[in-house]
Write a new protein. Structure first.
Length: 104
């Protein structure tokens, strides 16, 4: 098994990639926050109910991090990586909020 050595150019690129990936993930996730009042007016729901799109996303992220870390510890990081990459892009919390809470 090959490892990325600390201090190497590849290590710096890897750290930068992980940072940017995390930053973009949270930026996209919280980009809906300024739209909550618009959702409330357009869909004629309370602001609390309109904010469920952000709350559900944050909650599912927290739960999935716990589940993925347990899976990673059980089977190893490399073995748990590929099934997650294939499955997770198809799960969208915004679609769940539409189905569960009736946002149309």
């Amino acid at each position: 098994m090959e490892y990325i050595e600390k201090g190497s150019k590849l290590y710096s690129k890897t750290i930068l990639s992980l940072f940017l990936g995390s930053f973009v993930t949270f930026a996209v996730m919280y980009s809906v926050q300024p739209l909550i009042s618009t959702f409330s007016k357009e869909f004629d729901v309370s602001p609390a109910r309109a904010s469920l799109s952000l709350s559900l996303t944050t909650g599912l992220l927290a739960v999935s991090m716990i589940l993925v870390s347990a899976l990673s510890d059980a089977v190893g990081r490399k073995k748990s990586w590929w099934p997650l990459c294939c499955f997770l892009p198809f799960v969208q919390p915004s679609q769940l909020s539409v189905k569960i809470f009736g946002f149309y």
